[in-house]
Design a protein around this ligand. Structure first.
Ligand code: IPM
Ligand code: MG
Length: 351
């Protein structure tokens, strides 16, 4: 297969972890006879510095024309403590999601047998955890009207959802549940929020189209609790944008390191693959960041083209690196830590 991939490295450790994923993808392409053309494009603080826009039109066109997008991370500390900054790197990410119609964010959480002791949670609680969040990504409070009134003394962010927006993400949830254990949990706050009542009503209305799927409805606060108590009781969870943002960070610690969890964003005009961690500016340029979340995101990318053997080859080599201790310092337990680039080289060679 011939694949044109847009490469958005972004900020912080983004470029370093992306480099490793590219090495691994190229090794997969050689082994399985594919051709990958990479087109780099600017985003985030790097794009603000270069052209004053965190998601420039040129980058948008490259993304639209690509078969898929591999994304690193965006964010820079110089914006974090400056609430008055007019242009922020994160706006680039949100603009990209909206303009590409990436409404479904797929965030799996699973454990690695060789890392089970790295988790802050007790082993018997998390063993066998294998769940997927489907987070709605282009609506809700992130994109509702926001602003100030009363001379700046009052601020507001509106949370808005249409039935159509809920329906399309819910259908994806039902379809994913059908491919897995046929269990779907709708996470909302329907005891308080009108948007949540629309979610619940819409999902209830779709149940008849998927009679085999067992649906449960749970409030977000209860899910936050049960997620760390009995994560292995969940399978597919669907939720709105902000709840999904918070719960997927919470879920990511189950595996033992945030540097491990991949994600995919799909929808109308593009497919984007990215690690769920951020730009980790403290580690930028030091060649110490864990590249595995990005490498595993590349595995999801291959899966997006039904190249399942290729995806499995990546997962196998990642498992092998973990089992053999070819890991960055976040996972090395005081033993020899490999550099980001060394882990990437090792993975590519072992493909
Ligand atoms: C994420 C991030 C983003 C979000 C930020 C960087 C805008 O936290 O992808 O989860 O809130 O969606
Ligand atoms: Mg987040």
């Amino acid at each position: 297969m011939k694949l044109n991939i847009a490469l958005l490295a972004g900020d912080g450790i983004g470029p370093e972890v992306i480099d490793q994923a590219v090495k691994v993808c190229n090794a997969v392409a050689t082994k399985f006879n594919h051709e990958i053309n990479w087109t780099p494009a600017l985003t985030g603080a790097a794009a603000i510095d270069a052209v004053g826009d965190p998601y420039p039109e040129e980058t948008h066109q490259i993304c639209l024309n690509a078969d898929a997008i591999l994304f690193g991370a965006i964010g820079h500390p110089r914006f974090d403590n400056d609430p008055s900054a007019k242009v922020r790197p994160e706006q680039g990410l949100l603009a990209m999601r909206k303009k590409l119609g990436l409404f479904a964010n797929v965030r799996p959480t699973f454990t690695f047998p060789s890392l089970i002791d790295k988790s802050p949670l007790k082993k018997e609680r998390i063993e066998g955890t294998d769940l997927v969040f489907l987070r709605e990504l282009t609506g809700g409070i992130y994109f509702g009207e926001k602003g100030r009134r009363d001379e700046g003394e009052t601020a507001f962010d509106n949370c808005v959802y249409t039935r159509e927006e809920v329906t399309r993400i819910a259908r994806k949830g039902f379809e994913l549940a059908m491919q897995r254990s046929k269990k779907l949990c709708c996470v909302d706050k329907a005891n308080v929020l009108e948007t949540s009542r629309l979610w619940r009503e819409t999902v209830q209305g779709l149940e008849k189209d998927y009679p085999e799927v067992e649906v449960s409805y749970e409030f977000v606060d209860a899910v936050a609790m049960r997620l760390v108590q009995w994560p292995n009781s969940y399978d597919v969870l669907i939720t709105e944008n902000l709840f999904g943002d918070i719960l997927t960070d919470e879920a990511s610690v189950i595996s033992g390191s945030m540097g491990l969890m991949p994600s995919a964003s799909v929808g109308l005009k593009a497919k984007l693959y990215e690690p769920i961690h951020g730009s980790y500016p403290q580690a930028a340029g030091k060649d110490i960041a864990n590249p595995l979340a990005t490498v595993l995101s590349a595995a999801m990318l291959f899966e997006g083209f039904d190249l399942n053997e290729e995806a499995q080859a990546i997962r196998n080599v990642v498992n092998k690196s973990l089992a053999e201790g070819v890991v960055t310092e976040d996972l090395s337990n005081g033993a020899k830590a490999y550099k980001t680039s060394e882990v990437g080289n090792w993975l590519a060679e072992n493909i």
